[in-house]
Design a protein. Structure first.
Length: 573
């Protein structure tokens, strides 16, 4: 089934490079050093643009070029500044060197447009470049000064490798750096290089070859496939060092080659708990509520726990705040990803729909812990439905993206998940014509996830938690029609048709959207198909555990609802 969506963004690199140059220029003007959050944001944005430009320059085979080299120097300068900030040292000559490298890049012909890819670890999974900085410091301590070729795997490996290269250079190493894009099937990826680049690499085989990326994922093919490719060029296995974001049991990797290769190469990895937690923006000893641990504070018995996928939950910690009131510190994303979530959270809190936001620092959003009773399917009374209608109206009015919703982008996911999840063809003749009848509807930064336990009844009314970023993650649907939220809300709370019609009417009247009710059957089908896909994926990943059984139960519920939704939409077509 299809679970994850592509969420690339097409852009003209010229204005982005100009903006980065302006941000770098401010570093030359300030007397005090910039906040580390600002340096991290600059590093991330530069890495995203560098990866996009390199992908455009080398669509089939990777190579070196003056533009790619200038951008690599710029990212390495950003890495040196982050290293200096981490060590509490002055930035020295690195802001000037960064400006020079960016000016050199801006003077060269740029490909346009390019595709910007979200670095998922920075945006969702509490992956910090400082973890790789610490891993590079550990390698330097163990090995002493040496030569290295530092290879970042595009995308997120672009900026991570810049940090590794910069740290080793600061420790006296001689480092050359480049980026590669592993290509091919997701479970069997390999770099592809020009003859020139393939000859350039083995000429440096007296040094170390550092392969830097997030992961490994299910297969481990990007990291291990790159290591295998280097071995094929004559690089000794003992000279290849992997820099991953985690060090799993190799038996859990799907790829046979990855399982074997993972054990053949040295790994350098410093986890979040060692590198970041001691410097986190919340008190030492805060209680971690990640991976579903929050449920023990909310539910009286484990039997009442809702299904959750611990591997996809954002990291969160509960600390005592001002006047003894608990504060939840939740990872919202680094750089612009977290700042956008912070702004949305503030707007929702000020309107009375979400928890009070206390601040944002080092990727974590601080918000008041809400003591409340989570709602359940079938537990939506009239007062709550009126409040929910106001919530959806607020999202539709407050967070339009300026782009139209594109329901046709959901069709492949729907058809695939119907066929695989229900074991039968969709049988949706006329669906394309039906979608054209919607007209142009604005896309909204929707809630995206409206399961009952995310709505709390409190002594002061209702509150919607976890409300800032599900439209911006790597799952379906992304920003879209507000009808997605209403249809999903109706399905999750098992609303009677009349109750859902009243809710849709209330939202439509206040947003000037007379076609909303007619779009709900399609979006109900889309919501349930996406949720079935994810629940099935999660159940497989969780295996024969209590969490896996909860997720299989949830998948069975979505499957039943999806069959009924398909019947309703067929009748409308």
């Amino acid at each position: 089934m299809i679970v994850f969506r592509d969420h690339d963004e097409e852009a003209d690199p010229g204005p982005l490079l100009t903006g980065l140059l302006a941000r770098a220029g401010t570093l030359l003007q300030g007397r005090s050093g910039p906040a580390r959050d600002d340096l991290v944001a600059l590093l991330i944005d530069l890495g995203v643009l560098e990866a996009a430009i390199a992908d455009a320059l080398f669509p089939e085979r990777d190579d070196r070029s003056p533009l790619a080299d200038a951008l690599r120097r710029a990212s390495s300068c950003a890495g040196r500044m982050l290293h200096a900030s981490w060590r509490g040292e002055p930035l020295a000559e690195w802001p000037r060197a960064l400006v020079t490298a960016l000016e050199q890049a801006a003077a060269l012909p740029l490909p346009s447009p390019v595709r910007l890819k979200t670095p998922e670890g920075y945006a969702y999974y509490a992956l910090y470049p400082e973890m790789y900085l610490a891993a590079a410091e550990r390698l330097a301590r163990r090995t002493g000064p040496a030569r290295a070729v530092c290879i970042g795997l595009r995308g997120i490996g672009t900026s991570l490798a810049a940090v590794v290269a910069a740290t080793l250079a600061a420790e006296g190493w001689t480092v050359e750096s480049l980026t590669l894009r592993p290509r091919g099937h997701p479970f069997d990826r390999r770099p592809a290089a020009t003859v020139r680049l393939a000859a350039w690499l083995p000429a440096r085989k007296d040094g170390f070859f550092l392969v830097v990326d997030e992961g490994p994922g299910l297969s481990g093919s990007s990291l291990c496939g790159t290591a295998a490719w280097l071995s094929g060029l004559g690089i000794p296995d003992e000279r290849i060092v992997l820099f991953p974001s985690r060090d799993p049991d190799p038996a859990t990797l799907i790829s046979d080659e990855a399982r074997a290769r993972w054990q053949r190469h040295r790994k350098e990895h410093v986890p979040f708990e060692a590198a970041i937690l001691p410097r986190a923006p919340f008190p030492a000893g805060s209680r971690e509520l990640s991976g579903g641990a929050w449920r023990s504070l909310v539910y009286a018995t484990e039997a009442a726990w809702p299904a959750t996928a611990p591997m996809f939950e954002r990291r969160k910690f509960l600390a005592e705040g001002t006047y003894g009131r608990p504060v939840l510190h939740k990872f919202a994303g680094l750089g612009r990803y977290g700042r956008a979530a912070h702004a949305r959270g503030q707007a929702l809190a000020e309107a009375g729909f979400g928890p009070e936001i206390l601040g944002y620092r080092q990727g974590f959003l601080a918000q008041r812990w809400i003591d409340g009773r989570p709602l359940a399917a079938g537990g939506a009374d009239g007062a709550f439905l009126r409040w929910a209608a106001r919530y959806f109206v607020h999202r539709a009015r407050r967070f339009p993206t300026g782009e139209p919703a594109r329901p046709e982008a959901l069709l492949e996911m729907i058809r695939t998940n119907l066929a695989e999840g229900l074991g039968e063809p969709a049988g949706l003749a006329g669906l394309d014509r039906h979608l054209r009848g919607f007209g142009e509807v604005p896309a909204v930064a929707i809630d995206g996830r409206v399961r009952p336990h995310e709505w709390l009844a409190t002594g002061h009314g209702y509150c919607k938690v976890d409300n800032t970023d599900h439209h911006a993650d790597h799952l379906y649907p992304g920003p879209t029609d507000i009808a997605w939220d209403l249809a999903g809300f109706g399905a999750e709370f098992a609303l009677a048709p009349a109750a859902l019609a009243d809710l849709a009417r209330a939202v439509a009247d206040r947003t000037g959207d007379p076609g909303l009710a007619a779009r709900l059957p399609f979006y109900e089908l889309a919501y349930l198909a996406a949720r079935l896909g994810q629940a099935s994926f999660d159940a497989t990943a969780l295996g024969e555990t209590a969490e896996g059984e909860r997720m299989r139960c949830l998948a069975r519920c979505y499957r039943r609802q999806l069959r009924a939704s398909l019947v309703r939409l067929r009748a409308q077509l």
